[in-house]
Design a protein around this ligand. Structure first.
Ligand code: SF4
Length: 385
């Protein structure tokens, strides 16, 4: 299986915590759409050889792709589809990231017509003061109305993003309650992290903002875990929950699953990453440099060939972020290393102190209450060398 990710590098305004690649200058929007299509043509031969016709997911992310006019989205989807000889309507999962302020009836209908069947809505909070603090461009009421509208118009799967661990006076339980009152089938929730090259990072450095205490962040995460468990949702990855579908099947995001499983994916657009095993690439994070390179029919990216050790470490990191955990024998077969041999002391220490538990024959995971702080467990199991 393989996935396709398109990065639309424009936003209406800069959220105070965001370190993704984007620009608030939309002057080159049309040129960017054409350039992403041209990049698809340049990368098509290599990608199609790897994917072997098994493309499963298409994801239009960013940035804020929903700020593109419907005509531009149509040009982008049809252009990339043609370059890759693909019919997006035949894929399992075709996702558009949208911000609540863009959820108009006209846009929603156009997105459905273009083959999108899944909407990922960046809500972050319903509390208007918190949204203003984040410098988001929408209100909580806009998010609620927009999601109801998209659901009624025919979006089968809607997923929402929330952020916890925010140092404002908002009530996290109320945010969770309002999200779950909506017709969503999937929820992603992330802890607010203070990245140095953001407005928030600068304010914290100057002492003008103070991050939320760790105890608050952990308490909010635990409240969400408990609420979702009571509702019968699957907490299948550290930050992701899926509603029940039928017969023990849940509305799990196939696109993310492809990333975590080490499958090939094509990344298009400035700042996008792609993976053509064993090589990973990252496109230049500059709209102007990207446009200049594509105009010359070239690719400006940095590339890294992952060693067996790198791939093993990634499998440990991503595997231990999932409910399925890791299987030492499978890791040995796929990458040549197994954690109980790479560092047996770290392995047995993690088991003895409860950071790792056995879940079924041969598989181990981090238990849910410790998931949020689990990265140190993964790091202790890495192969160095
Ligand atoms: S809308 Fe999304 S990508 Fe754009 S600045 Fe905000 S968080 Fe970042």
């Amino acid at each position: 299986m393989a996935g396709i990710y398109l990065h639309v590098p424009f936003c209406r305004q800069a959220c105070n915590y965001c370190d993704f690649h984007f620009s608030t200058n939309t002057r080159n929007l049309d040129a960017m759409v054409q350039a992403i299509v041209a990049e698809a043509r340049l990368r098509a031969p290599h990608f199609l050889g790897l994917a072997k016709g098994k493309v499963q997911t298409f994801y239009l992310g960013g940035g804020t792709p929903s700020l593109l006019p419907p005509e531009s989205i149509k040009t982008l989807v049809s252009g990339v589809s043609k370059a890759l000889n693909l019919d997006v309507t035949s894929l399992d999962e075709v996702t558009l990231e949208a911000n609540p302020e863009d959820l108009s009836a006209e846009c929603i209908d156009a997105w459905l017509e273009n083959g999108f069947n899944r909407l990922s809505v960046g809500i972050q909070s319903f509390d208007n003061e918190t949204l203003a603090w984040m410098n988001r461009a929408h209100t909580g009421e806009q998010a609620e109305k927009g999601i109801q509208l998209a659901h009624k118009a025919g979006f089968e799967t809607i997923t929402a993003d929330l952020i916890y661990g925010v140092p404002t006076d908002r009530h996290w339980k109320e945010d969770v309650r309002r999200a779950l009152a909506l017709p969503i089938r999937h929820l992603s929730a992330y802890a607010l992290t203070v990245e140095p090259k953001t407005l928030l990072g600068t304010l914290v450095k100057r002492g003008e903002e103070v991050p939320a205490p760790d105890q608050q962040t952990v308490k909010e995460y635990n409240h969400l875990c408990k609420t979702m468990e009571d509702l019968g949702w699957s907490h299948y990855e550290t930050s992701n929950w899926a509603a029940p579908r039928e017969n023990d099947v849940y509305w799990i995001a196939a696109h993310n699953h492809a990333y975590w499983s080490g499958m090939p994916y094509l990344g298009l657009g400035p700042g996008a990453h792609g993976f053509f095993p064993p090589q990973r690439y990252a496109n230049v994070s500059s709209n102007s440099a990207y446009l200049r390179a594509i105009e010359r029919q070239t690719l400006q990216d940095s590339r890294e060939v992952l060693s067996p050790s790198d791939r093993y470490n990634e499998a440990i990191m991503t595997g231990l972020r999932t409910a399925k955990g890791i299987c030492p024998s499978s890791l040995q077969a796929a990458h040549g290393f197994r954690p109980d041999v790479v560092d047996s002391q770290a392995w047995f220490t993690a088991l003895d102190c409860g950071d790792l538990i056995s879940i079924e024959e041969g598989r181990y995971r981090i238990p849910e209450p410790r998931w949020i702080t689990g990265d140190h467990v993964s790091a202790s199991l890495f192969h160095v060398g």
